[in-house]
Design a protein around this ligand. Sequence first.
Ligand code: FE2
Length: 159
Amino acid sequence: MISWNETLSTGIDVIDDDHKFLISLINQFAELAEHCEDLAQISIAVGALNEYVLNHFRREEILMMVCTYSERRQHQREHKAFTDIVDSLQQLYRLRPRLVNLREVAIFLSDWLNSHIAVSDQGYVAQMRAHKSLVDTVSTNLRDDVNFRFDEPDHLRVS
Ligand SMILES: [Fe+2]
């Protein structure tokens, strides 16, 4: 189980709210992994987690882009590696549920999220604070419109 604490805070409300919700989804999954035998219920929990992770990463990546965070490519690679693992686990669970050790998956998810928020996400905090008004404006759009897109202008592109 992970619990929210101030060392995980980024000070960016839309991101902190996402992180708190992700923690609650992972804790719910850990609870199911411990006690639930209902494969359909577990599949629903994994699907919900997967979908929220994708939406959260998209929001975070847009904010990293608008504040021109120089390490965002590396950060996106971390996100991608994580979503690839979660996708594979989801597929394996769909095909051969008994091969997946749900308790170990729950520990992996908790540890990954905890260290990603505590270390990697802290990397962009100073840059986002330096662009606070822009980040606040885009955050409002990200909250109001789940399909909000921000196409990367050429001058923001990092090769
Ligand atoms: Fe992140």
